[in-house]
Design a protein around this ligand. Sequence first.
Ligand SMILES: [Zn+2]
Length: 142
Amino acid sequence: MKVDSPNLQRFEPVLRKVVTILLYVWQLPQNLAGLLLVAVLRPEQSYDYEGSRIYYASRMRGGISLGRYIVIRDVMKDYTGAVEQHELGHAKQSRILGWFYLFVIGIPSLLWAAWWNESRNRDYYSFYTERWADHLGGVNRC
Ligand SMILES: [Zn+2]
């Protein structure tokens, strides 16, 4: 069999675009929520990384991952990259779960974050949404 590589190379950008569009639609509810959050917070900084757009906003509390969009409080910008890697783990959950993400991860995670505080005597990252995000993002907290 002969593989026509020039044709394959021409086809690759098209295929990439199709995959990007399909992934965007697959995560549409959280993508729209993310766009809304970015419009409201108007983050001061951003860059593209591993298929996500990471924003730093002074008006953000904590960090959140909504589809393609990750918004992190500017002062939490982490030189070790652990905050970013954790949120990229949530972004992977979003790619896996698609339209189910907000129900399986988003809402439980927000409720957990609202309930949790230092005095609860439980590790914040012990909750399934957080432990899984750490695992997918390759964060080691030991
Ligand atoms: Zn998290």
